[in-house]
Design a binder for this molecule. Sequence first.
Ligand SMILES: Nc1ncnc2c1ncn2[C@@H]1O[C@H](COP(=O)(O)OP(=O)(O)OP(=O)(O)O)[C@@H](O)[C@H]1O
Ligand SMILES: [Mg+2]
Length: 590
Amino acid sequence: MSVVDYKRMATGLLVSLPFLLLSVVNIPLGVASFIAVFALFYLKKFLYTSLLSLVFYIIAVMVFYGTAYSANPIMGLAYMAIAILLPLLIYGLDLKIAVDTYSQFISPTLGIGSLVLMFVPFPGPALGLGYAVASSIVSKREVFSNYWLPPLGFIIVYLTSALFTETPIGAGLNHTVLSMQDLLVYAGVTLPSRPLYMLALFGSFILAVLASFVIPKSLLIKREMHVRSMAVMTTGLAVHLASVIKPFSLQPHARVNVRNYMGVVKKFVSYLTHSRIVLALLISALAGLILSLPLGLWSLLALVVSGIGVLVGVYAAAYVSDLDTLKSLFSGILVDVPNEQELEQLFKENWLVLIGMDELKDRLIKASMAFEDIPGVRPIHGMLLYGPAGTGKTALGIGYAAWLGLNKGFNVFIVRAGRILRGGPFDAAHRLDLVFQLAEAYQPAVVYIDEIDALGRVRESPDAPTYLTTSVLLQDIDGIVSRYAKVLVIGTTNNKDVLDPALVRPGRLGDMLIYVAKPPKELVKKIIVGIAEQKKVTIPSDLLDKASETLETGADAESFVNCVALKEKLGLENELPECLQAVSTGLPAY
Ligand SMILES: Nc1ncnc2c1ncn2[C@@H]1O[C@H](COP(=O)(O)OP(=O)(O)OP(=O)(O)O)[C@@H](O)[C@H]1O
Ligand SMILES: [Mg+2]
């Protein structure tokens, strides 16, 4: 592994670029915020990167409206309130989603970057529009956020500040910017009063959208001749770009090849050309451009620059959908996604240590044939390992998941019920669903859920805290997208009776119900001897016989041998019988 992660560095530079551009108008603020945002991003502190960028945005608002404030405190405060409260509401929501769902990714920072760019001279705001769309693309890719929030945030802040202040935020101070009013005045268009102007702005946009449904496209070209349409179309384009990012949702069949950046771009372009509304908007925007020279050149520049911003989003989307990146970012947050080395470790510690379970292991390995695309054979959806405590269910389940990862190329997702359940039933159900979305997008995949009774309890009353997680399990294990999806869910429990009956039927976990029984006496002895061999300890034969008589499960055996190993290492051979007493009576041996 190289010391410097160039890919992360490049993405970090793109994400923090808006803050660097801020130094065109305020050098200390621009440089300080750029360094801080870039450094936090590079250190993978994504959540703090977002929060810090929001802080820098607020500082920028205060700096920029400082003069307005000294001239007229009330108006100054009003300007600041618009610029701060709206983004706080919108990004507060975005960040709340990010925090609640453990998304600690890039999209909120890109979104705030889009707001920062409103302060930068033209074509800063155009790039900002692109960054808003970029944030939208990425947030969809991150699965965890709302793709419409960033462009909506940008457009609302921009237009509202245009409505209430003399110049939009984007006007910066004494800079030539993409101010629609400026452009229109320059073009000799007499402006209606501000509210009417805004009404016309929003109204013509809505009309254009409606028209794209009703009127043939060829006619649209003649209708959208006004220069103002150009600006509106650009805005509309952003809204629609934001709403057509569907191919970027993590659907197995709409999935782009995550290692192929061009694949992402092609998918995006092909979706654009299939979208009627966006096509209509593009045609009318082009018509507006051609008919409104020389202003059209400025608009063209704005389009090109906002296009660059969109490309940032495509790049960042490819980055966050790269499975290696995903693994390194996700692991341990929502779900564990072990890498190759960790899988080997898990396989060794769980599968290989199990003694006397060869028949069961063979069965599991044979069952993996169901994923080999044999005509007429549907992949197994689920498997439940149930039985008394300490019989090796967890070890067998994790071991099998690791085996599938190592030998069949499965992506392994290890769910911790505790992490899923944090924050209440709605969050829990949402998080669980996200895990399945990930598994579906990265199939073949195996989702391992230990103690699944914590999430899939019988649905007695709709008020029960686990009602929703049970519903999610029922829907997602059945294969919402396709019954042929290669997603295997392995659950373990020692309390099968509390599971929802629908969860253990065939087609769900009931595809393979495996009872893991307590080992018979002669096997207990084999297990003790086997574990002793693994741990390189010798057990006196009389103690071994006694232990084989009293101990009941593999977990008992493991604990007993561990105790013996420790006592022998400490030279306390005379205390060895206590190890047996400890396991069978619960008295402390240490
Ligand atoms: N057959 C076995 N051979 C060797 N070791 C075993 C065997 N069965 C269990 N063990 C040991 O016992 C430990 C505990 O087992 P495990 O956690 O898999 O039990 P479990 O069935 O999941 O129990 P619970 O129902 O309480 O969760 C394992 O890590 C392993 O070291
Ligand atoms: Mg267990």
